[in-house]
Structures are given as C-alpha cells and as structure tokens.
Design a protein around this ligand. Structure first.
Ligand code: AGP
Length: 611
C-alpha cells in the first residue's frame, strides 16, 4: 500500500519527511516523492527507492518547515517518475499525495477533459487534485471548502495530504478507507499512514476517521466532517514500538496478511463485481472477450501457490465455460517444446510478476503468437508489462514469503473471469450466475467469520506440531486446496507434507498411513462429500489421525475425525476461498510452535527471479 508522511512546525520538514518515508518502506512501494513548501512549492519525485530519491536531490533547495512525502504502490498508472506523487495542480499552486483508489476518477476526468484540462500523469490522484482546484476557482471558495465539495463526489478509498502555496504553514488532510494518523507535538504536527514516522517526536496521536477532514497548522489542528461541522480531536497515547507498527500489531507479516484477507478480497472485488446489478466489470477480460469465447483451449502457466490457483481455475473454467484448460508448471512448459498455436490464450498467474520461470515461459509463447493474459499482484511488474491484457489482484504488498492474501486474490480474479466468460458464452444459467455472484460477494465476511476461530486451528496445529510427515487430501475443487495446504506446511514448518486427490490414496500412498500420520481432509459439503467420507473411513481403518475441514452443520464427519474445523457453507466453486484460510493458519501456528522464522523460512525467496 502507499505510505504518506507530513510535517508542519518549527523544524526543518525534509529530514522528518524523508526519514518517515523510510519507516513506511515495509508497506511496499515502487516510487516516491516529497513536496516542500517554503517560498513556493518544491516537488522532487521519482520511480525507485527512497534512498535513490535522496541521492538525486542532494544539494537542492530543501529548506522548508512544511512538507509532505509519499511512497507509491501503483494502482492506476505504471510505476514511473511522472506517475509518482506528489502531483501538482494545473495552476502550480497545489501539491497533493494520495493513498487509495478513486473508483469514479474516469467520470471526474471526463468532466475536466470537457473543460480543457490536460494531465501529466495516468493517475487518479492528479484527476482528484485538479477536480478540487476546479471547484475552488469556479465556486470562488477557499481550499478547505473545495476539498469538502469534491470529496462528496468521490467514490472509493482515499487519504490525501494537500499543500497550498498561498498558505505555507498549512496541510489539509482527509480520509475515507485508508489510514491517517496525526501526531500532536508542541507547536508542531506530524501526519502518517501509521505512527511510525512520528514515534521519536510524539506519542500523542489522533486517529482520523472516515469522512473527516483535518486542517493542520504548527499550533492548530482543526477536525471537521464533510458537513463542515467541527469535531473535537480525540488524542490517544501510543504504546506501540516501531517494529510492532510495521506489522500492524501482529507478531508476523504472514499473520497480518492472513488477517488482511477480508479487506484484500473486498479490494479485489471492488469496482468489478456488482452482485445486485449482475455485472462483472473487468476491462482486461472484456477487451479480450472474443479470444476467450472462441478459444479452443486455455493454457495456464504458473509456479508454486500460483500454480494451485491455476489448477482450481481449470476445474472452474471447464465446468462453467466448457473450454478445455491445460495447467502447466512454468519451468516444465518452458523447456518441453510445447505446442503453442497463434491465438492460443495463455493465462500467467504470479503474485510478484517477476518469477523467472513464468516470465520466460510466456516470452517463448508470445514469440509463437500466443495471447498472454496476466493475473498479477504487483502493478507494472515484468509479467504485467509483457501481457497483452490482465487483471490485478489488488492484494497490496505481500511481505511474508508464503503467499496467502495474494492467493485468495488470484482465486477471486479467476472466478470472476470464469463467470464473465461463461455469461458471454451462454454456458451458465442466469440463476447459477446470479447465485455465484452473490456467493463471491459474501466471501470477505465469511473469511472474517473463519478468522474469528483462529484459536481453534491453533489448538489443532499444536497437537500435531511434532509430526514428521502429513498428508492433505481433497476431491474436486478441494484438491488444489489440499495441494496448497501441503505446500504451506512444508514451506512454513519444514514438516514433509504431500497433497493428493483423496481417492488416489488407494493407489499406493495409503501404505504410508499409521497411527503417527496426521491426514488433513478438505471435506466441505459438496458433490463429492459422500465419496470423501469413504476416504476418511479408509484412513481411520488404518489408524491414521484425521483432521477435517468441514462445513458448518456437517453431522457425519465429526463422528469419525480426530479433529474438525468448521467453515461457513458456500457453493463448491467458492468454498476453496474459505477452506484455504484454515490451511494458512495451520501452517502458521505449527511453524511458530517449531520456532521457524515464518516470514522468511530457510532457503526461500519471496520472488524467485532465477530459473
Ligand atoms: C508461495 O507460498 C510460495 N512462496 C511460492 O510457491 C510462490 O507461490 C511461487 O514462487 C510463485 O511466485 P509468484 O506467484 O510470485 O510467481
């Protein structure tokens, strides 16, 4: 996510702002910039790291007592110098930084285009900034009023910091959906996405709430709502240390990212899925819909957890769209001289967008005339850039090496893709289409419900933490989740684990089963339920320990399993987004119990950029 920093007071602003940006680097970013307000506005910004920005502006005029800074995680517009924040308004008098997504920015941009405005970036931020200035000039009102009027027109999430060269000691801030903290000092104020930029200066902070607007001066903090009514700032005392803040109060990034999933899945669906209107808006798919509709086959290329997302997509796309799907390990696909015909569609799935095996595989396929569709989390990454079309998962930066929130973001995108294609092809009934849209819309809340029972999974994990091996079994749509659960346990706790189709046990692996072997069944209520009950009985008959992830209300499996974990009911196509959550938690708690550095497990890299 983006990071924002601001300062106004008697000290030099630049050192405070640039240090504050370094404190926010953990949030992940691809470009950065500062705006300093002294006699006029000075803006320095570029693609790359904060340290690179620092080096390029050594010796420049950095004197100011008011300043703002930004680290950008690209959402609209690729990472570049021109798209970096702060942005400057057409008049040159205003500078703004923004964290969030303005969903209706295209509408606002159209209104400004019609008035002759031109833009120097591809960002929604620059549109909002000039929308504010346009209101200020046309309504002949002050900047504060213009911000209030503008934000009433905005849909989406934002936190903005605004400088006005006509008011050199003032910062105007507002938030909805993205975090904003204001540090209260003696004759000075600090602003940040969290408290890390201000910790050494003050522990007295005000958490700004949604739809609130702050006018911040060195010795004054005025808080108002968008109705222009004053609000008394509620000052609390911080008792967190820097390290804790970066992890949002969680012990590890992995746990933070697991618990972020209700909001990251919501962010992935936002602006795309409208269950009540029955629409899925995804320009990347729409622009390629004829290719998808007429595809003789779809090839999916990925690695690791992303490959598990591809496997689940195969089941869903074949079921809903009746298009043959082939799922390929990128490293194998790359070197086995595959048959790729001109016009074949290749879906490349990657959190980092930099995985060398996947990147090289699609480069070769592109040479053979294939159309590449990228499902990627990192905006502007290599795979995103080489793709002919795509859809971002909008999970925000994933710091933990184990992929968790990016995986559920991939599933959300792939399910929307399948539904959109099936609707266009007429291979899905209106009733099933509508039902699945509402089911998908309900996932964030159901994930929230599951996370509230995390302690139950922790108890199960601690019971089996000393196992030397484990099996994960599932059927149908749950088979990819069995594979994913096994991978999570391997990479986070170093326990050897294998995922299998549940029925596959009798073809050899069942020889492994004894009273020491924990066998995890993903056994949610679906069309395979009766069959998987038999598979559980096969394991029990050989004294295996059965841990079952089951649907609330299941009265059959609890009587035969050693441990059960309930998840809310959902359509079998949607259920994997839920059943993967206990798999993530299980590996996390076992890894912690075994003293593993779960954010950086041995031998692993977050992005495998070597073949
Ligand atoms: C996931 O938990 C693993 N860390 C790893 O398998 C990862 O999914 C794989 O390396 C692919 O990475 P990508 O999604 O960034 O391409």
């Amino acid at each position: 996510m983006c990071g924002i920093v601001g300062y106004t007071g008697p000290k030099e602003a630049y050192p405070i702002v640039i240090t504050g940006l370094k404190r926010l680097e953990y949030r992940g970013y691809d470009s950065t910039g500062v705006a300093l307000l002294n006699s006029g506005l000075k803006v320095y910004k570029k693609k790359g790291r904060v340290s690179e920005l620092e080096e390029t502006i050594v010796g420049k005029d950095l004197h100011a007592h008011t300043g703002i800074g930004h680290t950008r995680w690209a959402t609209h517009g690729e990472p570049s110098d021109r798209n970096a924040h702060p942005h400057i308004s057409v008049s040159g008098k205003l500078a703004m930084i923004h964290n969030g997504i303005i969903e209706n920015y295209a509408q606002l941009k159209k209104e400004l285009d019609n008035k002759g405005y031109t833009f120097s970036s591809d960002t929604d931020t620059e549109v909002l900034l000039n929308f504010i200035e346009d209101i200020k000039e046309n309504n002949q009102c002050d900047l504060e009023e213009a911000v209030r009027v503008a934000l009433k027109r905005v849909t989406g999430a934002y936190v903005i910091l605004l400088l006005d060269s006509d008011n050199p000691d003032t910062i105007i801030a507002a938030r909805k959906g993205s975090p904003l903290v204001i540090g209260v000092g003696k004759g000075e104020h600090f602003l940040g996405s969290d408290a890390s930029p201000m910790l050494e200066y003050t522990k007295e902070v005000v958490y700004v709430n949604d739809y609130e607007l702050a006018i911040v001066r060195p010795d004054e903090l005025i808080l108002k709502n968008l109705g222009n009514e004053k609000i008394t700032p509620f000052v609390t005392r911080l008792d967190m240390e820097l390290a804790e803040i970066e992890k949002g109060g969680y012990d590890h990034f992995m746990l933070k990212e697991i618990f972020e999933q209700p909001s990251t899945i919501h962010d992935c669906l936002r602006g795309r899925l409208d269950a009540n209107a029955g629409t899925i808006t995804m320009s990347g798919i729409q622009n390629n819909i004829e290719h998808f509709k007429n595809a003789r086959r779809i090839i999916m290329v990925a690695c690791g957890t992303s490959w598990h997302a591809a496997l689940l997509a195969e089941y869903i796309i074949e079921e809903l769209c009746r298009i043959p799907v082939e799922v390929e390990y990128a490293s194998e696909f790359r070197y086995r001289n595959p048959i790729v015909n001109k016009g074949d569609i290749i879906v490349a799935i990657s959190q980092s967008g930099e995985t060398a095996d996947t990147l090289v595989a699609i480069e070769r396929a592109k040479e053979n005339g294939a159309i590449i569709f990228g499902v990627v989390n990192v905006v502007g990454s290599s795979i995103a850039r080489i793709s002919d079309g795509g859809a971002y998962t909008h999970a925000g930066p994933e710091i933990g090496v184990a992929s968790t929130k990016a995986f559920t973001g991939q599933l959300a995108v792939l399910i929307m893709m399948a539904l959109k294609i099936a609707k266009e092809k007429g291979t899905i009934s209106d009733e099933r289409y509508t039902n699945l849209l509402h089911e998908l819309d309900a996932v964030p809340e159901k994930v929230n419900t599951i996370l509230k029972s995390a302690e139950d999974i922790k108890k199960i994990g601690l019971k089996y933490k000393d196992a030397s091996d484990a099996l994960f079994l599932g059927r149908g749509y749950n088979f990819p989740i069995a594979l994913e659960g096994a991978l999570k346990l391997k990479e986070i706790s170093y326990i050897h684990a294998e995922g299998y189709p549940a029925a596959e046990m009798k073809h050899g692996p069942i020889a492994l089963v004894d009273e020491k072997l924990p066998v995890v069944f993903i056994a949610t209520k679906d069309s395979y339920h009766e069959k998987i009950v038999s598979n559980i009985q096969e394991i029990k008959a050989r004294k295996g320990k059965v841990i079952a992830v089951i649907t609330e209300g299941d009265e059959v499996i609890p009587g035969m399993a050693d441990d059960v974990f309930y998840i809310p009911g959902a359509d079998e196509i949607i259920a994997p987004m839920l059943s993967t959550i206990p798999m993530q938690l299980l590996s996390y708690y076992v890894g912690i119990a075994k003293g593993v550095d779960v954010d950086k497990p041995r031998n692993l890299a977050k992005s495998v950029t070597v073949e």
